[in-house]
Ligand binder design. Structure first.
Ligand code: PEP
Length: 256
Protein backbone atom coordinates (compact mmCIF):
# COMPACT_ATOMS: atom_id res chain seq x y z
CA UNK A 1 0.00 0.00 0.00
CA UNK A 2 1.24 3.50 -0.78
CA UNK A 3 2.11 5.45 2.32
CA UNK A 4 2.97 9.13 1.87
CA UNK A 5 6.56 9.91 2.86
CA UNK A 6 7.01 12.02 5.99
CA UNK A 7 10.34 13.72 6.57
CA UNK A 8 10.86 15.61 9.80
CA UNK A 9 13.66 17.88 10.96
CA UNK A 10 14.55 17.56 14.64
CA UNK A 11 16.64 20.61 15.44
CA UNK A 12 17.14 19.60 19.07
CA UNK A 13 18.68 22.48 21.11
CA UNK A 14 19.67 24.47 18.02
CA UNK A 15 18.25 27.63 16.39
CA UNK A 16 16.62 30.37 18.40
CA UNK A 17 13.91 32.55 16.80
CA UNK A 18 16.21 34.58 14.51
CA UNK A 19 18.09 31.54 13.15
CA UNK A 20 14.78 29.73 12.74
CA UNK A 21 13.46 32.68 10.72
CA UNK A 22 16.56 32.75 8.53
CA UNK A 23 16.42 29.01 7.83
CA UNK A 24 12.71 28.98 7.03
CA UNK A 25 12.86 31.96 4.67
CA UNK A 26 15.57 30.22 2.60
CA UNK A 27 13.96 26.81 2.86
CA UNK A 28 10.43 27.89 1.93
CA UNK A 29 11.71 29.89 -1.04
CA UNK A 30 13.53 26.86 -2.44
CA UNK A 31 11.36 23.88 -1.60
CA UNK A 32 10.41 22.38 -4.94
CA UNK A 33 6.91 21.35 -6.04
CA UNK A 34 8.35 17.85 -6.62
CA UNK A 35 8.33 17.44 -2.85
CA UNK A 36 4.58 18.02 -2.65
CA UNK A 37 3.96 14.28 -2.39
CA UNK A 38 6.07 14.25 0.76
CA UNK A 39 4.95 15.61 4.13
CA UNK A 40 7.66 17.92 5.46
CA UNK A 41 7.78 18.70 9.17
CA UNK A 42 10.12 20.97 11.13
CA UNK A 43 10.63 20.72 14.90
CA UNK A 44 12.37 23.82 16.27
CA UNK A 45 12.97 24.43 19.99
CA UNK A 46 9.89 25.65 21.93
CA UNK A 47 11.04 29.30 21.96
CA UNK A 48 11.22 29.35 18.15
CA UNK A 49 7.79 27.84 17.51
CA UNK A 50 5.95 31.19 17.36
CA UNK A 51 8.33 32.55 14.70
CA UNK A 52 8.18 29.30 12.76
CA UNK A 53 4.40 29.19 13.02
CA UNK A 54 4.01 32.57 11.29
CA UNK A 55 6.47 31.67 8.54
CA UNK A 56 5.06 28.26 7.63
CA UNK A 57 1.43 29.44 7.86
CA UNK A 58 0.73 29.42 4.11
CA UNK A 59 3.10 26.67 3.13
CA UNK A 60 2.86 22.88 3.17
CA UNK A 61 5.55 22.63 5.82
CA UNK A 62 4.12 21.55 9.17
CA UNK A 63 5.35 22.23 12.66
CA UNK A 64 6.30 19.77 15.37
CA UNK A 65 7.34 20.26 18.98
CA UNK A 66 10.22 18.23 20.37
CA UNK A 67 8.39 17.30 23.58
CA UNK A 68 5.23 18.01 25.58
CA UNK A 69 4.09 17.58 29.16
CA UNK A 70 1.88 14.66 30.10
CA UNK A 71 0.05 17.03 32.47
CA UNK A 72 -2.67 19.58 31.78
CA UNK A 73 -1.44 22.77 33.50
CA UNK A 74 -0.26 24.13 36.82
CA UNK A 75 2.80 23.69 39.01
CA UNK A 76 5.18 22.00 36.53
CA UNK A 77 8.08 24.43 36.27
CA UNK A 78 9.76 24.38 32.88
CA UNK A 79 7.05 22.36 31.14
CA UNK A 80 4.87 23.10 28.10
CA UNK A 81 1.37 21.68 27.67
CA UNK A 82 -0.60 20.56 24.63
CA UNK A 83 -2.88 23.62 24.66
CA UNK A 84 0.12 25.94 24.34
CA UNK A 85 1.34 23.98 21.32
CA UNK A 86 -2.10 24.03 19.69
CA UNK A 87 -2.25 27.81 20.09
CA UNK A 88 0.87 28.01 17.89
CA UNK A 89 -0.64 25.67 15.27
CA UNK A 90 1.78 22.86 16.08
CA UNK A 91 0.55 19.64 14.44
CA UNK A 92 3.03 16.96 15.58
CA UNK A 93 5.08 16.18 18.65
CA UNK A 94 8.23 14.05 18.86
CA UNK A 95 7.91 11.67 21.82
CA UNK A 96 10.19 8.98 23.17
CA UNK A 97 13.34 10.31 21.49
CA UNK A 98 16.37 8.41 22.78
CA UNK A 99 17.82 11.63 24.21
CA UNK A 100 14.64 12.12 26.27
CA UNK A 101 14.87 8.49 27.39
CA UNK A 102 18.58 8.43 28.25
CA UNK A 103 19.27 11.99 29.47
CA UNK A 104 15.91 12.83 31.08
CA UNK A 105 14.94 9.34 32.21
CA UNK A 106 11.67 9.14 30.30
CA UNK A 107 10.23 5.66 30.70
CA UNK A 108 7.84 3.82 28.41
CA UNK A 109 5.07 4.71 30.90
CA UNK A 110 5.84 8.44 30.72
CA UNK A 111 6.05 8.29 26.93
CA UNK A 112 2.73 6.45 26.88
CA UNK A 113 1.11 9.17 29.03
CA UNK A 114 2.50 11.84 26.68
CA UNK A 115 1.21 10.04 23.59
CA UNK A 116 -2.27 9.87 25.13
CA UNK A 117 -2.16 13.54 26.21
CA UNK A 118 -1.04 14.57 22.73
CA UNK A 119 -3.91 12.66 21.14
CA UNK A 120 -6.46 14.25 23.52
CA UNK A 121 -5.46 17.55 21.88
CA UNK A 122 -5.36 16.04 18.38
CA UNK A 123 -1.58 16.43 18.14
CA UNK A 124 0.09 13.76 16.04
CA UNK A 125 2.81 11.85 17.91
CA UNK A 126 6.08 10.97 16.21
CA UNK A 127 6.81 8.06 18.53
CA UNK A 128 10.51 7.12 18.61
CA UNK A 129 11.89 3.71 19.45
CA UNK A 130 15.29 2.09 19.00
CA UNK A 131 17.97 -0.05 20.55
CA UNK A 132 21.44 0.77 21.85
CA UNK A 133 24.53 -0.88 20.36
CA UNK A 134 24.91 -3.05 23.47
CA UNK A 135 21.33 -4.26 23.13
CA UNK A 136 21.79 -5.03 19.43
CA UNK A 137 25.06 -6.87 20.05
CA UNK A 138 23.46 -8.85 22.86
CA UNK A 139 20.80 -10.07 20.42
CA UNK A 140 18.07 -8.06 22.15
CA UNK A 141 16.89 -5.92 19.22
CA UNK A 142 13.45 -7.52 18.93
CA UNK A 143 12.91 -7.71 22.70
CA UNK A 144 13.75 -3.99 23.11
CA UNK A 145 11.51 -2.91 20.23
CA UNK A 146 8.65 -5.09 21.50
CA UNK A 147 8.91 -3.59 25.01
CA UNK A 148 9.05 -0.02 23.69
CA UNK A 149 6.18 -0.45 21.22
CA UNK A 150 3.97 -2.30 23.69
CA UNK A 151 4.73 0.13 26.55
CA UNK A 152 4.46 3.31 24.51
CA UNK A 153 1.21 2.29 22.86
CA UNK A 154 -0.43 0.66 25.88
CA UNK A 155 -4.13 1.57 25.77
CA UNK A 156 -3.68 3.75 22.65
CA UNK A 157 -6.70 3.20 20.41
CA UNK A 158 -6.52 2.16 16.78
CA UNK A 159 -7.93 5.57 15.84
CA UNK A 160 -5.15 7.34 17.73
CA UNK A 161 -2.46 5.06 16.34
CA UNK A 162 -3.66 5.91 12.84
CA UNK A 163 -2.92 9.59 13.61
CA UNK A 164 0.60 8.73 14.77
CA UNK A 165 3.91 8.03 13.08
CA UNK A 166 6.59 5.72 14.46
CA UNK A 167 10.28 6.49 14.11
CA UNK A 168 12.79 3.67 14.31
CA UNK A 169 16.03 5.25 15.45
CA UNK A 170 18.86 2.91 16.40
CA UNK A 171 20.60 4.83 19.20
CA UNK A 172 24.04 3.90 17.83
CA UNK A 173 23.23 5.70 14.58
CA UNK A 174 21.94 8.98 16.06
CA UNK A 175 24.37 11.84 15.60
CA UNK A 176 27.26 9.42 15.08
CA UNK A 177 27.61 9.49 11.31
CA UNK A 178 27.04 5.72 11.34
CA UNK A 179 23.87 4.85 9.46
CA UNK A 180 22.10 1.52 9.68
CA UNK A 181 22.49 -0.18 6.32
CA UNK A 182 19.29 -0.13 4.26
CA UNK A 183 19.01 -3.90 4.94
CA UNK A 184 19.42 -3.47 8.71
CA UNK A 185 16.90 -0.64 8.75
CA UNK A 186 14.40 -2.55 6.58
CA UNK A 187 14.67 -5.62 8.80
CA UNK A 188 13.91 -3.56 11.94
CA UNK A 189 11.07 -1.68 10.23
CA UNK A 190 9.48 -4.92 9.04
CA UNK A 191 9.70 -6.23 12.59
CA UNK A 192 8.07 -3.07 14.01
CA UNK A 193 5.30 -3.39 11.43
CA UNK A 194 4.79 -7.02 12.46
CA UNK A 195 4.42 -5.86 16.08
CA UNK A 196 1.78 -3.34 15.01
CA UNK A 197 0.02 -6.12 13.11
CA UNK A 198 0.10 -8.31 16.23
CA UNK A 199 -1.35 -5.53 18.43
CA UNK A 200 -3.74 -3.80 15.98
CA UNK A 201 -4.19 -6.15 13.02
CA UNK A 202 -2.51 -6.31 9.63
CA UNK A 203 -4.77 -3.78 7.91
CA UNK A 204 -3.92 -1.07 10.47
CA UNK A 205 -0.22 -1.91 10.48
CA UNK A 206 -0.05 -1.44 6.71
CA UNK A 207 -1.32 2.14 7.08
CA UNK A 208 1.16 3.29 9.73
CA UNK A 209 4.17 5.23 8.57
CA UNK A 210 7.51 4.28 10.11
CA UNK A 211 10.33 6.80 9.74
CA UNK A 212 13.98 5.86 9.91
CA UNK A 213 16.29 8.09 11.95
CA UNK A 214 20.03 7.95 12.48
CA UNK A 215 22.53 9.91 10.40
CA UNK A 216 20.24 10.29 7.39
CA UNK A 217 21.97 12.56 4.86
CA UNK A 218 21.42 13.72 1.27
CA UNK A 219 23.73 10.89 0.16
CA UNK A 220 21.80 8.02 1.75
CA UNK A 221 18.18 9.21 1.88
CA UNK A 222 17.24 7.76 -1.53
CA UNK A 223 18.45 4.25 -0.77
CA UNK A 224 16.87 4.22 2.69
CA UNK A 225 13.51 5.48 1.38
CA UNK A 226 13.62 2.83 -1.33
CA UNK A 227 13.07 0.11 1.30
CA UNK A 228 9.50 -1.19 1.39
CA UNK A 229 8.84 -0.55 5.10
CA UNK A 230 10.64 2.80 5.39
CA UNK A 231 8.16 5.64 4.99
CA UNK A 232 10.16 8.70 5.86
CA UNK A 233 12.99 10.06 7.96
CA UNK A 234 13.56 11.82 11.24
CA UNK A 235 16.63 13.93 10.66
CA UNK A 236 18.89 15.68 13.15
CA UNK A 237 22.26 16.99 11.92
CA UNK A 238 21.47 17.09 8.18
CA UNK A 239 18.35 19.18 8.80
CA UNK A 240 20.22 22.11 10.32
CA UNK A 241 21.28 23.60 7.01
CA UNK A 242 18.51 24.48 4.54
CA UNK A 243 20.34 23.31 1.40
CA UNK A 244 21.29 19.96 2.89
CA UNK A 245 17.76 19.33 4.16
CA UNK A 246 16.30 20.27 0.76
CA UNK A 247 18.64 17.87 -1.04
CA UNK A 248 17.89 15.13 1.46
CA UNK A 249 14.15 15.55 0.80
CA UNK A 250 14.53 15.68 -2.99
CA UNK A 251 16.69 12.53 -3.00
CA UNK A 252 14.28 10.77 -0.63
CA UNK A 253 11.32 11.52 -2.90
CA UNK A 254 13.28 10.33 -5.94
CA UNK A 255 14.31 7.11 -4.19
CA UNK A 256 10.95 6.19 -2.63
C1 PEP B 1 17.63 12.44 15.66
O1 PEP B 1 18.00 13.25 16.48
O2 PEP B 1 16.49 11.99 15.73
C2 PEP B 1 18.59 12.01 14.63
C3 PEP B 1 18.25 11.01 13.87
O3 PEP B 1 19.78 12.71 14.54
P1 PEP B 1 20.88 12.56 13.37
O4 PEP B 1 20.16 12.66 12.06
O5 PEP B 1 21.83 13.68 13.61
O6 PEP B 1 21.51 11.21 13.55
Amino acid sequence: MARKLIIAANWKMNKGPSETGGFLKTFLAKIAPSTSNCEVVVAPPFVSLATASELVANSNVELAAQNVSEYDSGAYTGEINVVMLKELFVRHVILGHSERRSIYGETDAVINAKIKKAREANLKPIFCIGETLEEREAGKLEEVLRTQVRGGLDGVSEKDLLESVLAYEPVWAIGTGVTASPEQAQEAHAFVRSLLAEFYGAAVSEKIRIQYGGSVKPGNSAELMGQPDIDGALVGGASLEAQSFLELIENAVAGA
